[in-house]
Write a protein that binds this ligand. Structure first.
Ligand code: GLN
Length: 601
């Protein structure tokens, strides 16, 4: 019995069979294509980057694509994970706190994703257990196969229905052989069987070693890794070889021989300067065409659209290589030893730098030991500074010292979330004479709690998904720098518990600080700036602008910072700064999207 017949024979009475196949309404098996990317040999191969680049190639051909990341861990989402161990927590517009790979997908595809694009084992098991408690399994014993695997397939099909995608890109977290993702891999084997021939393309990402002592590439680890995948009943259709240098023909042939994959479908995916070069590397190797052919999508390819999309993208890559100028920007961060904790900020600087023809060198500033006496020395080589998001107390005083120094010496400055809050504290203390001003996150009983817990947060207990999360609109004050950047309103993404206490706003404004963005519904101040008469570029936001910066649409706050840094670095630099301010000045769409978590304010 093939997949089609199997599905139709058991769809309506699955309780009586050994199968369990909840199909979302509106789903037709075989009508959606799936590209499933698994990693072998080791983690950290850049599955997300590979998968998003391949998805981008297909999107450029005019196909509708959507990604999903299947995480093996039991956490419900990434919100409670330590960025020091797992990289930054990415926040989607609907408030989902997820893996940083979702940021990679949003940037590569220039799409806003939703909770449907991300799942964890925690979510899968929660659904299964909830269904069991409500009698959803009609007396059956609930098993890993078929019930848990059935739920995984259900998630993919729900995504297919919701997005109407031609191709769903599935990235399986971890490495083949991990206990955590074994049931995901089994679910994918079943999916391929049920969806029928040529509906699923399995891509194995592997690693080709090149030990310096040998000076040549070795394929054994890759062979064993792929063998491990084949033991699960999955025959890969394509293999992508990660390597520091291009994988040689000999190595690719060896891997082909041991894995039943024709050599023309074994591709090299070697290191390159920027991840944004990878789509072109894949095209050059024919990886995109191989997927299209395997999935029989040739008829749907729009060549003209592809040429246009490719040109725009290549323009970006060319400008990246040809940066004529350089600036150095400092990032004050607690997690300075782990770059992944600031992945989106690093990318946002790349986007802004490319737009302005400038390479942005980043310098990491550990603030734990900084104070007014040593801050000048610590920041002396910088043309700009970012004080990014953070939680807790460590390094706060050092950040305040950095902000004071930036304000007093005209050093271009961007404060993000916690950094925005620290900028308010610094201004209150040093300009408004509010000695002892602080955030109640840092000092609960402080004299002037200029940063205070959001009223709605006071009643919340527990940590997971309880912050003010996701996209909200802000109304922008006319005549300000923010208005030049955004026009009359802007949507930004948030992840915070504390805010500027509105009681202190009149006093801060009287001393010169401008609150140029505010929630339309509540007394939540979202953007601050110092007027041009006080500072060349000093801006802060309670939101996370780095999360919505895209390669061809750099976020204006980063663009502004790099531009101001260029002016500081090059006295003859006089290029005007133009923001892509939306022309439409209609009323803001003040509706919040369907929330996953957080409040509706
Ligand atoms: N800890 C601060 C708050 O909860 C800032 C959060 C952040 O920077 N993301 O408001």
């Amino acid at each position: 019995m093939d997949g089609d017949n199997l599905l139709s024979s058991i769809r309506d009475h699955s309780v009586d069979t050994e199968f369990y196949l909840p199909l979302p309404s509106g789903y037709t098996p075989g009508s959606t294509k799936y590209v499933i990317v698994v990693g072998t040999v080791m983690s950290g191969l850049g599955k997300g980057i590979f998968s998003s680049s391949l998805a981008r190639c297909l999107q450029d051909k005019g196909l509708k694509v959507t990604p999903i990341k299947l995480e093996g861990y039991l956490n419900i989402d990434s919100g409670t994970l330590n960025p020091y161990r797992h990289g930054e927590v990415f926040v989607l517009d609907d408030g989902t706190e997820c893996d940083m790979d979702l940021g990679t997908y949003e940037r590569a595809l220039d799409q806003d994703l939703t909770r449907l694009n991300f799942t964890t084992s925690g979510q899968i098991y929660r659904r299964v257990l909830e269904r069991e408690r409500t009698g959803g399994y009609l007396g059956r014993d609930v098993q890993m196969i078929p019930h848990v695997t059935g739920e995984v397939k259900n998630r993919l099909r729900e995504l297919a229905v919701a997005t109407q995608a031609d191709v769903v890109f599935v990235e399986i977290g971890g490495t083949v052989g991990d206990v955590e993702n074994a049931y995901y891999i089994e679910a994918m084997r079943q999916l391929a069987f049920e969806e029928g021939q040529r509906s699923v393309c399995f891509v194995a990402l592997t690693y080709v070693l090149e030990p310096p002592s040998l000076g040549e590439q070795k394929s054994k680890a890759a062979q064993l890794g792929i063998r491990r995948l084949m033991e699960t009943g999955i025959q890969p259709h394509m293999i992508a070889c990660r390597a520091s240098r291009p994988a040689t023909q000999k190595v690719r042939e060896k891997i082909a021989l041991f894995s039943n994959v024709p050599p023309e479908r074994v591709f090299s995916m070697h290191d390159c300067e920027s991840v944004y070069q990878i789509p072109d590397m894949l095209r050059g190797a024919g990886c995109d065409r191989a997927v299209v052919e395997w999935l029989q999508l040739d008829q749907q390819v729009d060549d003209a659209a592809e040429r246009e999309a490719r040109e725009a993208w290549m323009g970006y890559v060319t400008r990246l290589r040809q940066a004529a100028r350089q600036v150095t920007v400092g990032i004050t961060g607690k997690y300075t030893s782990v770059r992944d904790a600031y992945a989106s900020i690093i990318k946002a600087f790349e986007h802004a730098g490319v737009r302005l023809g400038c390479k942005v060198n980043l310098q990491w500033i550990e603030t734990s030991d900084l104070d007014d006496d040593n801050v000048t020395e610590a920041l002396k080589d910088l043309h700009g500074i970012v004080v990014p998001g953070a939680f807790g107390t460590r390094g706060a005083e050092g950040k305040i010292a950095c902000l004071k120094h930036a304000r007093a010496t005209n050093l271009p400055c961007l404060g993000i979330c916690y950094g925005f809050q620290m900028a308010v504290i610094e201004f209150a203390r040093n300009v408004c004479d509010m000695e002892g001003a602080n955030s109640t996150e840092i000092e609960n009983e402080c004299r002037y709690p200029v940063i205070n817990v959001l009223p709605e947060q006071k009643k919340i207990e527990g940590l997971g998904g309880t912050m003010r999360l996701g996209g909200y609109d802000a109304v922008v004050k006319a005549g300000t720098l923010a208005a030049r950047m955004f026009g009359p309103h802007v949507r930004m993404r948030f992840r915070h518990r504390y805010e500027v206490d509105p009681r202190y706003v009149p006093q801060l404004e009287a001393a010169g600080m401008v609150f140029s963005g505010k929630s339309p519904r509540a007394e939540i101040y979202n953007i601050l700036e110092l007027p041009a008469a006080m500072h060349p570029y000093f801006i802060g936001t309670q939101a996370h602008p780095e999360l919505t910066s895209r390669p061809l649409r750099p976020h204006p706050m980063f663009l502004g910072l790099v531009h101001a840094a260029l002016k500081r670095a090059y006295t003859d630099y006089d290029e005007p700064l133009e923001f892509d301010t939306p022309e439409d000045d209609s009323e803001p769409p003040l509706e919040a999207p369907q929330r996953v978590a957080g409040s509706e304010r």
